[in-house]
Write a protein that binds this ligand. Structure first.
Ligand code: ADE
Length: 318
């Protein structure tokens, strides 16, 4: 499929469960998701709007956009409307083997109900016998961590701009008691104008929460209370925002170490050091986010008002 600019897929307003016709229904108890309305909505009082069940046959599939642990993401275009989207394909067998079906259910339930310029939209989901498909907003500038690798680190203007966008998206999530819990460059995408989009709500929950799923992968972004398995709330995202800001400015996360045990120690001690090139006001912001006591962390409102953010961020393009 040629990558021509497509219209942005608009979600329908109506909630409807998908038809689960599969043997292994990993989505059994997912609450109704947002359903796309393909045909023009019929607004007359007499007949209800046209709704439909979606399947892979409704899409032309294009190039792979990214690889995930449980499947890949592909560029796709809805055949009738020519809307361009990204489709995340997840293998049920792999989800079951890892015991993360509940996380997928939560991801769908939470992400499909969020609508914010800096949060990737989840428009729809459907499944067949072996796979689950998530129909997502397409983020044309791709994965942010690749940009970070290409540039090694970002300058203070670019970092402050991303921080402002992240903070406004997290404020929106927290207002709905949703905590993301997995903020890191790998889970961020870039829209057409280079604006940031939070993606991957696989670890998200409603606050307060305790962690029951085993942690895997890097500890770098986890706050002390989550590593220690304590009850935690939305302030975990404020810690991760501090780690993210540091990684954008420096090119590596603040508590990086040779082993997980060493990273753990550095996190619990808040062993924070900055290279000389980081400005005092930027250090001030990061230090106020990376407080061991969750209640001492700067509020999201105060992040938006922080002088370094106000002076450095570029005006919004979205
Ligand atoms: N890579 C992974 N997901 C993507 C998306 N939704 N848009 C663009 N690139 C992606």
């Amino acid at each position: 499929m040629a990558e021509e600019p497509g219209r942005v897929l608009k979600p329908g307003r109506v909630l409807k469960p998908i038809n689960s016709s599969s043997d292994t229904d990993v989505l059994q108890s997912v609450k109704p998701g947002v359903v796309l309305t393909q045909a023009k909505e019929n607004t007359s009082d007499a007949s209800p709007p046209v709704r439909k069940e979606w399947s892979l046959r409704d899409f032309d599939i294009g190039r792979p956009l990214g690889k995930g642990k449980f499947g890949n993401v592909y560029l796709a275009r809805e055949k009738t409307t020519k809307y361009v989207v990204a489709i995340k394909v997840l293998f049920k067998s792999q989800l079951q083997k890892a015991g993360v079906e509940h996380q997928l259910r939560r991801e769908i339930e939470i992400q499909s109900h969020l609508s914010h310029p800096h949060i990737l939209r989840l428009f729809q989901y459907f499944q067949d016998k072996t796979r689950v498909y998530l129909v997502l907003e397409y983020a044309p500038k791709g994965e942010l961590y690749k940009e970070l690798m290409k540039n090694t680190r970002f300058d203070e203007r670019r970092t402050a701009t991303y921080m402002y966008q992240m903070t406004s998206a997290l404020k929106y999530c927290h207002s709905k008691k949703v905590i993301h819990r997995d903020i890191k460059p790998e889970n961020l995408l870039l829209g057409l104008t280079g604006d940031l989009k939070i993606a991957d709500f696989g670890w998200s929950v409603h606050a307060p929460s305790s962690r029951r799923t085993t942690l895997c992968g890097t500890l770098d972004y986890l706050p002390p209370e989550m590593i220690e398995g304590k009850l935690h709330d939305e302030k975990v995202d404020i810690w991760s925002l501090g780690v993210l800001c540091y990684e954008f400015l420096v090119g590596k996360p603040p508590f990086e170490a040779e082993s997980n045990a060493d990273t753990y120690r550095r996190i619990t001690k808040v062993d924070l050091q900055f290279p000389r090139h980081v400005s005092e006001p930027a250090k001030n912001l990061v230090s106020q986010l990376l407080k061991h006591d969750p209640n001492q962390r700067l509020s999201l409102d105060k992040v938006l008002e922080h002088p370094w953010i106000k002076e450095n961020r570029l005006p919004s393009t979205s």
